[in-house]
Design a protein around this ligand. Sequence first.
Ligand code: NI
Length: 170
Amino acid sequence: MSLLKIIKYPDPVLETEAEPVTEFDEGLRKLVEDMFETMYAAPGVGLAAPQVGISKRVFVMDCSGGRDPEQKIAMINPQVMMKEGEQTGEEGCLSFPGIYFPVTRAMRAVVRAQDIDGEEFEVDGMELTARCMLHENDHLEGVLFIERTSPLKREMVKRRIRKLIKQGEW
Ligand code: NI
């Protein structure tokens, strides 16, 4: 396994719609393994392929931070089947290190995806699981969490990042 470089905003790959996966081969298996390793090392609870520069519809997540094997999930070609309710909570993103702000999302989400062998499965998740699946699924559409806040907050975050880039601290 190897650690992948995490791409930071404003790299255009992060705002590009990712391509469906058609080959469930060794290359995909390796990508998923490397993405898990990179996510745990960061550390983070979710990582989407565009965040490592691969514009494919793949994300990995583990809301237990490695404590519960059942929560270690790779979703390939995911589709959001159902969303319900609302929750507002602090959110971060590995492509925006050190930046956190409240984001409102559905309280519950049902997401259907393929596993590493191409088999379909579904996750019916609440709270952090729902938040994580929706945040990562957004990445595959090229939608970033700064789009899920108010225009004012978004401009504040962008300004802060521009300043950090100028200072060589991003
Ligand atoms: Ni993210």
